[in-house]
Design a protein around this ligand. Structure first.
Ligand code: FE2
Ligand code: FE2
Length: 300
């Protein structure tokens, strides 16, 4: 079974200044302006073409498709992604997709924007008290989606997943006898030693979550949020792959190894390949995986 994992597409869209409110103004200046140069439009077509040519059984997108959660960014993201949206697509939101209280559905009675535009590709919502848990079954594999995001001040980007969500997930998998699952959540559960996050950026309670997951570990934990790729191999502390495909649509530079991953699962092992945009070829091509084995994971 072939699975493609994309993350942090951050399509920069020009927005009418008058339509920006509150933290969207500094956010727009910060992200969209800066990102216009680093996220050239040619990569958007190239990534869609490459994903289609790989013909995967699952296409997973782990959030941050927008910059400031503006309606127009959502319209544009939907238009660009249309060719890869279908039965095999599974999406979870990122912190930039829950940027404001309105976009996160915390004001008024409207649906959150992400759900409004993409609910057809977010899997089935499992009814639990006060929380987000979404599931999609593809062959013998179950994809589980969590939402680690909330609207915060412009200076913060941290995440949180309630322990009750972890309990509900494990209970559901047990009840339905689903042995093989992949967890998808925007915030990392692990970082390479040289890529640590500040407390204003990381998932606050990730070590508690990792402890609970030991009872029934996933095959892999797929995420984004930190804009450089990595693959951590299973180790005793976190006995699953941790795969970061952020930021798939960015040009690589010294600090950012951009691209996405293709995983092949044969029922036992997971084989991970990385694709990154080549300026010479004008296409995404297979390239070296940035991987961390047990001795390099710093025991965490
Ligand atoms: Fe991001
Ligand atoms: Fe993010």
């Amino acid at each position: 079974m072939k699975l493609v994992h994309l993350s942090d597409l951050h399509f920069p869209v020009a927005l009418p200044f008058m339509t920006l409110k509150g933290k969207m103004i500094p956010g727009y200046m910060n992200y969209t302006f800066r990102r216009m140069r680093k996220y050239p439009i040619s990569l958007w077509d190239a990534i869609v073409r490459k994903v289609q040519s790989l013909d995967p059984e699952a296409i997973i997108i782990s959030g941050d498709i927008t910059n400031v959660s503006h309606h127009r960014e959502y319209d544009e993201a939907l238009r660009i992604l249309k060719p890869v949206l279908g039965d095999k697509t599974f999406m979870v939101p990122g912190n930039h997709d829950r940027y404001t209280r309105v976009a996160a559905g915390k004001k008024g009675t409207d649906l959150p924007y992400y759900e409004k535009f993409f609910s057809s590709w977010m899997g089935d919502s499992i009814p639990i008290q006060n929380g987000y848990l979404r599931i999609k079954k593809i062959g013998k594999l179950t994809l589980v989606g969590w939402d680690s995001n909330m609207p915060l001040s412009v200076l913060n980007a941290y995440g949180y997943v309630g322990e009750e969500i972890v309990h509900s997930t494990l209970e559901y998998l047990e009840k339905e006898k689903l042995d093989h699952y992949i967890l998808i959540c925007h915030h990392p559960i692990w970082n390479p030693p040289e890529r640590q996050e500040s407390s204003g950026h990381k998932m606050k309670n990730r070590e508690e979550i990792a402890e609970l997951l030991k009872k029934r570990p996933p095959l892999a934990y797929l995420h984004g949020h930190v804009h450089t790729n990595w693959v951590k191999y299973p180790d005793p502390q976190k006995p699953y792959y941790v795969i970061n495909s952020a930021s798939s649509t960015r040009i690589s530079d010294q600090r950012h190894q951009s691209g996405f991953h293709l995983m092949e699962w044969n029922g036992k092992a997971l084989n991970v390949k990385r694709f990154s945009f080549s300026n010479e070829e004008g296409e995404f091509i297979e390239t070296k995986t940035i991987s961390y084995q047990e001795k390099e994971t710093n025991g965490r």
